[in-house]
Design a protein. Structure first.
Length: 398
């Protein structure tokens, strides 16, 4: 990786993490605000309003990313999102806030695949794992710092100042994008492509590529299982194990530390399709095994070491999956590919959280942990060997 590539990646990682913290601040402030005002229905509505647009806009978002110079698109979108968030300062009606959050989610539908495709375009193949590990590590740190910073800002300065902080973060990342040296230019469109209309090319590639298909299906099951655990975790820790909310927060922080360690380790693991698949399998086994065991533990003190192992597995699996996607999706359809990835996994998260809301009232939290952990293990044991076989064939055919 040359100096300008390294500079651009560092700039993207820095301001993406800053924007992530800004989002945490605004979301935390909104959740607490509506909880205190007894508008509990708005908490679920906000989560859905933020997550649904990237799923629903997948076809058009991915196509736009592949047809418009990425640097310009992301720069203007960052400023557009900043204006929306600054608008939240002056809107006090719940439905008005919801409408602006939906608009913000529409912007995310384009920025997520845009940054994914741009980073993959800038990074040489041999440095892809290290770049993905750096991004996941910084985002892990931002994820741990975000709630603490959010609580401090909301508690000391209130809701409006939280929006101002988030708006500034969007504005900064939008402006910073214009200073990148590298850009991703749209690929020429053939007459055959015009006739077929390639809006779903990314989705077709994810499920059509013989190596990516088992990985995507395995990861879908994994995402569904992890979100079931997320829904039931607070019940397991605070009600079943009778721990305080502070301890519950520490359990989450422990998982975050493990995630950071796993992300760093993943960048140092051997590369190549076979090794990446092995890393993905190892990470998923660590998570599934850790959560299955947590379901059997007698008290919360025993949970902490297994949360570290689960977090490490999550970090390794995330980096391995994102590295494989970046290397396997062709440059010409990377925008549509990353849009499809976001839609598939966000869609699974939404379905899992909705399903989890029903399941937690029917099953004990311990049982949910065991089922989700075993489902993750079953997925990797079934689909992992299929992916390894395809990776071996690809290596032999190269």
């Amino acid at each position: 990786m040359n100096q300008t590539q390294r500079r651009d990646i560092r700039l993207i990682v820095l301001f993406r993490s800053l924007s992530f913290v800004g989002d945490e601040i605004a979301l935390f402030a909104l959740m607490v605000h509506f909880a205190h005002s007894n508008q509990h229905w708005m908490i679920g509505a906000l989560a859905f309003a933020n997550a649904a647009p990237p799923v629903l806009l997948t076809p058009i978002a991915g196509l736009v990313v592949d047809r418009v110079p990425t640097r310009r698109l992301l720069g203007y979108l960052g400023i557009f999102q900043a204006v929306i968030v600054f608008g939240l300062v002056f809107v006090h009606n719940s439905y008005g806030i919801l409408a602006l959050i939906i608009l913000l989610g529409c912007g995310v539908a384009f920025t997520q695949p845009g940054y994914g495709a741009l980073v993959a375009h800038i990074t040489p193949e041999e440095d892809m794992a290290k770049t993905q590990a750096s991004m996941q590590s910084v985002l892990a740190v931002a994820g741990m710092a975000g709630p603490a910073v959010a609580g401090l800002i909301y508690g000391q300065f209130g809701l409006s100042f939280a929006f101002i902080c988030d708006g500034i973060s969007f504005f900064l990342i939008g402006v910073a994008t214009f200073f990148l040296h590298h850009d991703r230019r749209p690929a020429p469109v053939s007459s055959d492509e015009k006739q077929r209309g390639q809006v779903m090319a990314g989705m077709r590639w994810l499920f059509g590529d013989p190596l990516l298909r088992p990985v995507v299906i395995e990861t879908m099951i994994f995402v569904f299982a992890i979100n079931l655990i997320t829904v039931s975790e607070v019940i397991l820790i605070t009600q079943t194990m009778h721990a305080s909310s502070t301890v519950y927060g520490l359990v989450g922080a422990t998982y975050g530390v493990g995630n950071l360690v796993g992300s760093v380790l993943a960048g140092k693991l051997p590369q190549g399709d076979m090794n990446i698949i092995r890393s993905l399998m190892m990470g998923t086994v660590l998570i599934g095994g850790a959560f299955t065991i947590v379901g059997w533990l007698p008290s919360v003190g025993w949970v902490f070491p297994f949360m570290v192992f689960g977090g490490i597995g999550n970090g390794i699996a995330n980096v391995a999956a994102m590295t494989l996607f970046a290397l396997r999706i062709p440059e010409a359809i990377r925008g549509r590919g990353y849009a499809a990835i976001g839609a598939v996994f966000t869609g699974m998260s939404l379905c899992s959280m909705a399903f989890g809301g029903v399941v937690v009232s029917a099953l004990p939290a311990r049982t949910i942990f065991k089922i989700a952990g075993l489902a993750s293990l079953g997925a990797v044991l079934f689909f992992g060997p299929l992916a390894l076989r395809q990776a071996k064939r690809a290596t032999q055919g190269a």
